[in-house]
Structures are given as C-alpha cells and as structure tokens.
Design a protein around this ligand. Sequence first.
Ligand code: ADP
Ligand code: ZN
Length: 666
Amino acid sequence: MKKIVKVALDVPLYKVFDYSFEDEDCNISQGVRVEVPFGSKKKVGIVVETSDKSSPEQKYKIKKIDRVLDIIPVIDKTMMFLCKWAADYYQHPIGQVLFSSLPTKLKQGCDRYYYSKSQLVYEANRIKSKTKIVLNDDQEKVHQEIISNSSVFNVNLIEGITGSGKTEVYIKIARDIVESDGQILILVPEINLTPQTVSRFEKYLNCHIKPYHSSLTDKNKFLVWDACGNGKIDIVIGTRSSVFLPFKNLKMIIVDEEHDSSLKQTEKFKYHARDIALVRAKKLKIPVVLGSATPSFESINNANNGKFKQLHLKKRYFTKTMPTVTVVDLNKDTSEDNLSSTLIRKIEKELKKGGQVLVFINKRGFSSVMMCKTCGWISKCTSCDAFMTYHRTNNCLQCHHCGKTQILSKKLSYQCTKNCEYIFLGAGTERIEKKLKDIFPKNNIIRVDSDSINSIKKLENFRQQCLEGKVDIIVGTQMLVKGHDFPNLNLVAVVDIDSALFSHDFRSTEKISQQLVQVSGRSGRKSDNSEVVIQTRVPNHPLITELLKKGYSNFSLKALENRRKTNLPPFSYLSLLRISSIKKNAPMSILDTIANKLIKDKNLKILGPAPAPIMRKNNRYIYQLIIQSNNRKLLLLKSSQIREYMVDNKSYDLRWSLDIDPIDLF
Ligand code: ADP
Ligand code: ZN
C-alpha cells in the first residue's frame, strides 16, 4: 500500500513536505532519516509524521522517497517533541531546528555506524567515588532538598554567593544520580568553563564524563551524541547546544550561571538554553537545578511567585568574609591611562605581598576610537555606524561589527599634508596591559581576552600558569569573570564601568550589577583579606551605592519592583522584529504595515518602527519593531502572523529576523 509521510528538510522554509513510499518495501517510523528528491537535487530529510492514509486532496503529484537511511530513529520521541516545541515557540523552521540537533555526518546522510569502529572506549567498571566529597552543613541542606524531590519535575534555584561551593553541590547530586544509573546534563555558559568544570567533577567521580561544545571536532561531537543517546555517558558538561543532545535516561538538568546571556543564542535559531531545559525537564518529569550568585530577574520572579523553589548558600566555603569594596572617585584622584593613583598604590602593595591582581575592563583592543589631532580624521567604519577599534598587537584598526580591518599607516587621511598625529580615545585591555607593563616591568602580566586566548588550549595554559603562581597581574574582559576560581587572587579592580551606567537598555541595571558582583567574587576566595576597587566618575550613582549597601539579593528585589511598575519583562513579554536592507528606509513601510494593520491589537504595545540601535551594519540599514504584551499566547500568535507575512512578502533586498524573548534590544 502506498503511504504518505511528512518529511522535514534542512531548508529555511516553515513547512514539512509530503512524500510517498510503498509499505511493503520498507518500514518507516518517526525520527528516521530518508533521502528524497527536492527540486533537481537529492536531500536528506527527517520523518516527522507517518500516517496510514494518503491524503486525497493532493493537487500535485507526490514524489517518492528514494531511500530510508535509518532503522532506529536519529531523533527520539523526546527530541521530536522538544524540536517541534522550539520551532513553534521561536518561530524557526522545523527542519532547521531538527537538523541543528544532529552531528554533521548524520546531516549529510552518512551511515550512523560509520564511526562505530572508533567508538569511545568505556571500561566496564564504574567505581563511583575517587575522593570522598564532604559538604558543609549549608551545602548538605541544599543537596538534600534537591535529591529528596528528584523524581518529579520541579525547579530549584540555588542562589549561592561567589565561592560558596555550588559546584561541589552539583557534584554530589550528580553522584547520586549516576549511582542510580541515571544521566545528568550540566549546562555552562562558556566553552572556556568546560575543561575546568570537567576536571573538578573528575576529581571526585570516576564515571563517564564528557564535555560538549562547538569547538569539538565533528567526529568527537558525533561520538558524544551517539554515546549519550546510548546511555554510555553519565555526565555531559556542555554549552547551550548540549540541551539538544539525546539521552537514554536523563534524570536531571543543571544550568550553572543561569543568569548568563550566552545561554541565549543570538544568531539564526534564537533559543534560550535555560528555557529549553525547563521544557525538556517538564516533559521528562525530572528536576532542574538553576544556580547562580546573581540569578536572572526572570528566575527571581519565578521564585517569588512560587514556580521555582529558592535555595540559598550564603557563606563562602573557605572564608568568613567577603572582599571590602573601595570606590575610587576619578574626579578627585589623578589618573593616567585609566589607572588611578589609588589603584596603582594598591596593586603595588598586593604584588609586594606576593599576591595576584585582576584588572577587569570589558573592551578588547587598545583604544576604541582614534583621531588625528591635525586634520580631525576619526576611525569611523565605512560600512557601519560605528568606530573602528585600534589593536596595537597587529597594528590595525578593526570594526567589531562587520569585521573590517585596516592597517594603520602614518597617514590615513588625505586632508593631512604631512603624517597624521594620532590620539587614542577610550581604553581597552591592550592599553591597560601596556600601561601596567610600563609601571610594573618586572612582573608577569597576562592579557586574557578573545584576541589573546582564542583556544581552549591557550586558556588551559593560562590556568596552569596561574595555579603555579607564575602570573602577577591578569588584565581581562568578561571572559575571566565567569565562574573561574583563582585561589591566590585577592585584589580585583574594575577600571571602567561608567559607559555602561548610562545605557538605554532596560536590562542594563541587571547586567551591570551581575557583572560587578561576579567580577568582585573572584577576589579573596581563600583569604579573609581581600579587596575590590571600582573606579568611576559617578561614585554616587544609585546602582553603585545601592548594590554595595544592600547586596545583590536585596538590590535585585528592588530593581525587579521597578520592572513591575514599568511593566517590563519578566512582567510582560517581548518579541523583536528586525528588517534590514541595503537601501536606507526601505524596511520602514513594511514595518509600518505590520505595526498599524497586521498586528494591531489593544492588548499589544508596539514600539517603533524605529532604526536599530546601530542603524547601519555592514552597509545594511536595520530597522526594528518591539512588540510587548502581558499575554504570552497573544504575543506568540502575533509573532507567527508576522513570520507568515514576511514569508509571503519576500523581497530580494530585505532580510528579516524575529527574536522571541530578546535579550539584546539596544
Ligand atoms: P561557586 O561556584 O559557588 O562560586 P566554587 O564551587 O567555585 O564556588 O567553590 C569555591 C571554592 O571552595 C572552590 O575552590 C571549591 O573547590 C571549594 N569548595 C567548596 N565546597 C567544597 C567542599 N565541600 N569540599 C572541598 N572544597 C570545597
Ligand atoms: Zn564595520
């Protein structure tokens, strides 16, 4: 009998395709790959639905499946549910969502057992515990709370101050789960954090622990994917994409640093791994643990209204005190190249004691803008509404938006008859590094940003040097802030936060307070004598004073109250439509139609159409519409109408994107 199946393809189309096959020839189930004709080509597809009857009202001739590639589905029932949910919620083509969860070789149609000869080798014995893990009372209480309620869906939010030992709690929970033959997934925000976290787990647990992230080779990704689905891996420690790994017997998901915005993918398929984890856990009826020293306002709100259970770790594991904080008023202090005399004195003192210092600045490069004193030339990118950053290491200007680079020559402007006389405005890591090297020539100073540390190997090298006590001063960006544990670090300096204090983004208060607390938290993990120095020209800014006075917990509650008063997320929901074109103003009329005709509704607030915060990027003009509602269902319905409208009104010069629950609006 001829049967019809619905097949998803890796194409940017919001639909699945009908194909037919002869029932006697083969057996097809949901989630297997098939090879099908598509246009003039052959493509690999995934069967999303099988049905017993052929649909009678087909106007066109249904093509036949060429080949069935799997016996066992590559997408199991849970993954099918999860991918369908995500495609629906995030308005992304189902085929692309399904295919993005598969290893490259499988996407290309290779035999699933292609690599099986080189499979990961697993010893049969499973000695669970190497070093016995002993928790302190607070940790034990949190561990008990979670494990005693681990056979149903529930969400535990651990708010544990920096250095309180959240990781050890995760390890003990993981041990319990693995001992009862379950698997556990641990999401971390950064690739950089995976090696360190894996080795901390391996110190205590002798089971199958594997990292998973985008810089694994295709082969290793396949091996983890395969072994995880077969239940051969006990613990996966991975970045956001690992939330789409198949598991045979997943019993818990832990999301570490749950506030971190890198859990949200901002390109193409714009999903939030924490939210996907919640949906997956609910489906599987298993618990989720969210951990952070600085929980997201979304999660705090969910704890306040009883959806999440909030657990606390209020004390540091090794020390009794938190670092003292000194705010340096840059209006009063003399400073040169962004380093105040107070800070330099403190660094000097710390180095004399043999301690380590961390200098935090969240900009890479040497200077963010360059000018010529004589002719007024300024380092504007010719393709973007942005300035090019000067990178001293390779003597070039670089646009951080479109990637354009230009070698710095003595004369960049034809208006200057002689050589240009450059001045450097705004400081980045390279400049601070240079200045510190001038002041402390004998000390070992290391810069840690995505330019200097661009591989896991380099990061590991740096960590090793730190452990051996070879590094005196670390100059770094946010790359350093996240979850790193430097035992000998007792002075942290925040060089420049002023530019962030006056941002338009309603999330900036949340972001800066998290960053300040996290970077401060690197100081004094093993010493009661530690300090944080914050340099600013606005020492009385409420964010600084209130945060220091109240601490993150109370500060965030009050800041959350402001969100409630202004009806901003998490009290309302947002969706962001961006359209770009090479022609200025071209997206405006279509955005206008959408705003004023298509989705007009009294329960929606529509902001825009307006130019995007950076209106021109890579020679494309970007405009946006922000849609806000207190009704999530309505917002999703309207978002899908927008998506349909954009698909129907395709135009070769327009590119568009929809972002549900956007994080970067400004
Ligand atoms: P957090 O992630 O909460 O900031 P960490 O997990 O990094 O804190 O813990 C801080 C330090 O305390 C780490 O060096 C960690 O190894 C140590 N630590 C925490 N709990 C324990 C424990 N139960 N036994 C041994 N060391 C611990
Ligand atoms: Zn540019």
